[in-house]
Design a protein around this ligand. Sequence first.
Ligand SMILES: Nc1ncnc2c1ncn2[C@@H]1O[C@H](COP(=O)(O)OP(=O)(O)OP(=O)(O)O)[C@@H](O)[C@H]1O
Ligand SMILES: [Mg+2]
Length: 157
Amino acid sequence: MTPVDLCAVAHDAARDVGPAADRTGLDLELSLPPTPVAVPGSHESLRRLFVILLENAVRYTPPGGSIRLAVSPVQPGADSVSIEILDTGPGISAEDLPRVFDRFYRGSAAREVAPDGAGLGLSIAKTIVERHGGRLSVSTAASGRGCHVHVVLPQPC
Ligand SMILES: Nc1ncnc2c1ncn2[C@@H]1O[C@H](COP(=O)(O)OP(=O)(O)OP(=O)(O)O)[C@@H](O)[C@H]1O
Ligand SMILES: [Mg+2]
């Protein structure tokens, strides 16, 4: 575990998924603070985490939609940092929500949109977050549309 700048991780992950977002006409926006947000961790694991979450947003958001990845600035005295990924897709149904972290679980709508998925992305994402001592949650945005993924990682350094 070495200090990793989450802003640099976000740029790398956005570069990885950018071509796929472009192909479906999705607007991928990064909302990052001007100064680095460092946490102890593995750059490559955190990049994989961000890519998994952004790939889901790209896959399940209809053409012409938008995706936002936001890293919050470090608040004075705070012991954690917050990362959010929001999209304008259908969100996750109440029926699917309790099971999306199960290995091989796929929502019924997801199976129609993308038959080739494995149902492993979010379980891997959760393992990465937990190895970094953090928390991962998903919900459907308050507006009733759009997936909202929230990652909290401890100990900004
Ligand atoms: N951004 C999202 N919008 C809507 N549904 C989502 C989103 N992200 C995840 N889901 C739901 O959660 C399920 C589990 O996601 P997960 O990433 O684990 O698997 P997957 O995307 O189906 O397959 P893969 O292993 O290829 O990533 C999806 O099948 C889908 O139902
Ligand atoms: Mg996935």
